[in-house]
Design a protein around this ligand. Structure first.
Ligand code: BG6
Length: 497
């Protein structure tokens, strides 16, 4: 695909995301010769930095590029760094942007980049609308001399109401087709591969429905705690931080109907439809029975004491913010009627892993009655990270007399495709936005549909009666009570066990 010449303007350029993800992503694109011929980055924020300071911070002295710079790429770091510039906003984000505009114009002339510009908002979300408005006031959103695109980081709102307000606010200054809402999970190869697994394999798609699937389980576990983000996290919690966006994105890809083709809008239309078909939990009984929340408490992990959530910096000592969320729900449509979905996400788990497990129903009639396969269904496990790959569990005959059945694995690892370079999520998504491909970005109605599902749960957890908050020791697979969600005395599959 063609990538037009352009300028990338990053708001919040002195922040962590720029150094940790954006610049390393761009550097990789640069090394892979994927950047357009004429391309520069203009960082901006409230900090008073020079171009040189900025380059030092995000390239030469960046802990995130250290490994790369230590190798033969070193020589190329300088030419990459020379593409980076910085302009102090000279006030808060609500200041007048005419200086910024001038700088953009000067750089545009000097480097002949044409009028195409991406504005990347990597600031606190409360500033998004202000920035969009100021860009508009300075005439920087007009598309009469080159396209303008706006990339926004999550969270997109804090609830359905605030998400709608944010969308409406942005739409005053930018058309929906110009807005790219980033969800880095969509940039992960294995998340995209969900579509290919489903829609290009005749051994899976015919089975992908209520007739053959018993239930679907999705686990997202992180071994880290809230790290240095206690202040942010305590106002957010697992449901907002991970479930509303990343996990519902995965759900939508598992649930959606086949799109007509691979055009961005065709895929996004089907995802919205999928999200809209999630059964919204309205009554107390369902919310009580189908949702579990918990917090990690202090514990010893590999011989070291690990803090409990309420002891973390920035977290209230009586906080009721969840670090673990497990939700059972149904999908109201022809394909999925009656099939339970179990989705959980948590911090301070034994390991870092994300996987989708499709549990198939047992054959209608059991012939091998005393086989080891009884009650052990076929499973398709899609490992999103780490050890990216696909695992199919099926029954085989144990050699010898009789018909004893044992389970065997068909196991595919992405890493066995060694010749292929797998792009990092941000790298991939940045390149897509530069090329104007919004397939892997969330659309306004998609985000709102996800909030519509999540809102009643948040509301119940905040205001409902009899809401329980479990504790779990840091380093275990969450509270045992979460197994009660699973029908038929089932339990969660804890990967690695
Ligand atoms: C972010 C969340 O969106 O995703 C973090 O805010 C979380 O809390 C991170 O740690 C997980 O991303 P990944 O790619 O490491 O699974």
């Amino acid at each position: 695909k063609k990538t037009d010449n352009q300028i990338l303007v990053i708001f919040g350029a002195s922040g962590d995301l720029t150094a940790r993800k954006l610049i390393p992503g761009l550097f990789n694109l640069y090394l892979a010769k994927q950047l357009p011929e004429k391309f520069i980055v203009l960082g901006t924020s409230r900090s008073d930095l020079t171009d040189e300071d900025f380059r030092k911070r995000v390239v030469y002295e960046s802990p995130y590029l250290k490994e790369k710079l230590g190798t033969q790429e070193n020589g190329r770091a300088e030419s990459f760094a020379n593409m980076l510039f910085y302009e102090d906003l000279g006030g808060d984000y609500d200041t007048d942007y005419s200086n910024l505009r001038k700088r953009v114009e000067t750089l545009k002339e000097e480097f002949n980049t044409s009028g195409n510009i991406i504005y990347y908002l990597s600031t606190p979300p409360r500033l998004y609308e202000t920035i969009a408005q100021n860009l508009a006031d300075a005439g920087m959103n007009t598309q009469n001399n080159g396209w303008k695109r706006l990339i926004v980081e999550k969270p997109f709102g804090y609830s359905l109401e605030t998400a709608k307000k944010l969308n409406k606010g942005l739409h005053q200054y930018f058309d929906e087709s110009q807005i790219y809402r980033i969800d880095h999970y969509l940039g992960k190869e294995t998340v995209q591969n969900l579509l290919v697994t489903r829609f290009s394999n005749s051994i899976f798609e015919p089975l992908w429905n209520r007739n053959y699937i018993k239930h679907v389980e999705i686990t997202n576990a992180e071994s880290v705690g809230v790290e240095k983000r206690g202040g942010y996290y305590d106002k957010s919690g697992a449901l907002r931080d991970m479930f509303q966006n990343h996990l519902l994105q995965i759900v939508s890809l598992v649930v959606m109907e086949p799109p007509i083709g691979d055009e961005p809008e065709e895929i996004r239309n089907e995802k919205v439809k999928a999200l809209k078909s999630l059964q919204i939990m309205k009554d107390h009984k369902t919310l009580y029975n189908n949702t579990v929340r918990a917090q990690y408490v202090a514990s010893e992990v590999h011989g070291e004491r690990v803090k409990g959530y309420r002891e973390e910096d920035g977290v209230e000592s009586d906080s009721i913010t969840e670090t673990y969320a497990a939700i059972k729900f149904y999908v109201n449509n022809w394909r999925w009627e009656g099939v339970p979905f179990y989705v959980r996400t948590a911090k301070r788990m034994p390991t870092k892993v994300t996987e989708v497990v499709v549990h198939f129903k047992s054959p209608h009639h059991q012939i091998f009655k005393d086989s080891g396969m009884n009650n052990k269904d076929n499973k398709l496990i899609i490992r999103i990270q780490p050890d990216e790959g696909i695992l199919v569990k099926f029954g085989v005959k144990v050699p010898g007399q009789g018909f004893k059945v044992e389970r065997a694995n068909l196991d595919f690892y992405y890493s066995s495709l060694t010749q292929t370079y797998v792009m990092e999520a941000y790298e991939r998504l940045l390149l897509d936005a530069m090329q104007g491909d919004a397939t892997l970005y969330a659309r306004a109605d998609e985000v709102e549909a996800a909030w519509e599902f999540v809102d009643p749960i948040l509301d119940y957890w905040k205001n409902g009666k009899d809401v329980r908050m479990y504790g779990y020791a840091a380093g275990v697979w969450g509270p045992e009570n979460a197994d009660d969600l699973i029908e038929g005395n089932g339990f969660w599959r804890n990967p690695g066990k």
